[in-house]
Design a binder for this molecule. Sequence first.
Ligand code: ATP
Length: 867
Amino acid sequence: MTHSTDAMMMTEKQTTEVVLSTDGVSKQYGPVTALTEMSLAVRAGEVRALVGENGSGKSTFVGIVSGTVVPNTGTVTIADRALTKHLPVESQSAGVLTVFQDGSLLATLTVAQNLYIGTPAAQRPKYAEIVDWAAARLAEHDLDLDPMLKVAALAPGDRQILEIVRAVMAKPRLLLLDESTSALDASGVDKVLDLMRLAALQGCAVLFVTHRLAEVFRVADTVSILRDGRFIGTHPAAEVSPKQIVELMAGTKVEMEFPARAPLDVGAKELLTARGLAGEKFGPVDLTLRAGQVLGIAGADGNGQGQLLRGLATLGVSGGTVTSLGTELRNYRQATRDGIVFLSGDRKNESLFQALSIRENMTAGVLRKLSTAGVVSAPAERRFVNKQIADFGIRLGSPSQPPSSLSGGNQQKIAISKAMAAEPKVFLIDEPTQGVDVRSRMDIYRFIRACADAGNAVVIVSSDASELAGVADRIIVMSRGRIIEDMPGLGSDEESIVGAFAVESRVVEGDGEPVSGPSAGLDATETATEAQPQASSRPPAAARRARLPRWVRNEETTRLAVLALLMLAIGAVTAAQNPTFLSELSLKNVLLIATPLTAVAIAQYFVLLVGGIDVSVGATMSLSVVVMSYLVNTGGVFPNILIAIGAAIALGVVVGLINAWLVERMKLSAVIATIATLGIVTGVALTLRPTPGGNISYELMSAITRSIGIFPIALLVLAVLVIAGDILLRRTGLGLRVRAVGINGLYANRLGIRATAIRGGAYVLCAVLAAIAGVLLAAQVGIGDASVGEIYTLLAIAAPVIGGASLLGGRGTLIGALLGAVMLALLMTLATVLRISQGVNLLFIGGITLIALLTYVLPLKRRNSVR
Ligand SMILES: Nc1ncnc2c1ncn2[C@@H]1O[C@H](COP(=O)(O)OP(=O)(O)OP(=O)(O)O)[C@@H](O)[C@H]1O
């Protein structure tokens, strides 16, 4: 084998167009050199594998070409177009589509919406037609998914395939796939490899990153190798062996044998016993874990393997028992105390504390061991961390950095080392080697073997059947939540395992009859309990819910209906106590109070929608009132309205730009930044009007407070704007992109949406609307008062949140914000109408607000409930 460079590589494809060409691309993260002088060329129709050990710079390279990472030096050219801005939108418009390691699907949007939002603008259908369009695209690629289903409800494998289909169907010039098969089972991998071939046939250049070398030989024409951020070379895949690739990646000889294991001892000591164990998507299952054994759980993706694993740790269980050495476990706390350690496959959310440093993550479970008299010993901590880093071959800049600064595979190693440090008696691991390079994978197998050989039990769920065949003493295969096959690991291979669940799914698809699989004769109680009904993938409550009309199932419409009913109920009770409440004057008073509150609630809604918050709105309203008391004293209605609106817009733009700059450019926390603005704006208002004074033109006041019946015209105008705004946000592609920024700004950015500009724009719009709310308030108070807006700071947040918006972004409606504002206005008038004290009124407001919020939170909590 010769070490060929990319430029030297001779294939018949050399005559075709170069789609991707990079020259001298380097990236430095502080002291860490992620990539050095990378020069590469990939041609149209070529499938190129990019391989390297964890932390060798593969994702960094993919990020640079995709526009999510800015290189320090070098150039990237896509079909003769040099990328200069290094933004996702630039790469996409040059024809690059990327499937990222951790995905970019927005879980709270539907399959159709996700397909739409990730498709280049020129190929998108009219927004009103997305469901039919998505159904047709899914059918073209044999994907049996409901376009109306939320992505959150999809199995992880389906999500990965959906994302790849989305990219392939857009027929990009360059398709980048970063470990897109890491969580897929055999059939999922087949599908992805077919999609890559299809893309290449369509003339696309494909570059994919993988740790599964078998894929390289099944699909790649060429393979490029990275080591420690350096480009080692490119080779035709047909001219290198897996061992050669592994050694080129490592720069040394590598032992690739699985650790030795003894024949299965069916009489070994029982450590954990599950009887009739059931939960969402699995059960009832009987299972015994024995000392010294590694149990592998296999199955086609989404057949309850992960859920059973959690169930063994008592998580997500709805029936049955788990017993540890004779003691029944009641909850996860008790399980962990008994040495049962569960390591989730969801590294980012469940395995690592993202806010803590790598060092703190590593020591979190062993602080007692590292402490003297309750105080952690710094030298002991250092020794422990250094040993873990060396033992697990973790590549990192400094242990004081956050886990997010590590490559994906190194994060996984931290998660495993952290769990192992707790010395588990029963170690339950979901996808132990997901994203881990070949050499480190062998290390992890050795650690797993050592853990079992020390008399413990290890259970692993893996989508990679060859991994189970190599490391497990015993393998159970699951189908639709139940065990259908139970075999010794020794002597099994990938084909026999995949064959077991492939046969099952074929039989079920063929005649609809479930198959009760043969047992390897290990233990009569070890297979699924036959008399019990099959586990349904849809629990009864969810099934009942599915039968309800769509508008009832829609959380937002239900919520608005509940809010309206609550208001009617409060109104009815109040009217029963004091009939004058229903008088025109009284109702008009409520709506007048609601008018500025609605305007400022809408203002806040826009910022909440994109995942921010603006606590300076009340101060902006006060300053607006003060400005009105100077600018609008005399004169006609029309010029006064023009002056008022013009001044409010100018004021709002200035305040909004300051907020946008602080949050988006200076990266300050939104709460802190807008508290600072609140101080400054209040200071300016108080400087202008240290004490209340100045008169606001009576003509303006009477014009703005004019009503039709009980409805103030200003409120009606706001209601029309609210409806138009909701239509824009809910029924157009633009609205979807704005909501996407709030749902996940990082993913939205990857999709080529200008998330920073949209969030910045929301701060400006919010401040302008808050200043206009100030004009509406000025028309009611009639005098310049620098503190009159204070109360609106919190009300402006409460109203949209009551109406369904979330402080986490992406949720709620403008109509909800309006209803929330009217409800708060109604509650604020109760002290007078019911002649109750201010204190009782406040209690009432707090109580009703909580009820409104609980109607929202409780159903969600029930749906996600875990025992
Ligand atoms: N945001 C960041 N801040 C600091 N260091 C980083 C950051 N992103 C990556 N690195 C470092 O750059 C190096 C290369 O990381 P990269 O993610 O490109 O590796 P990789 O080859 O994709 O690894 P894996 O196979 O584990 O995904 C690693 O040492 C990593 O710790």
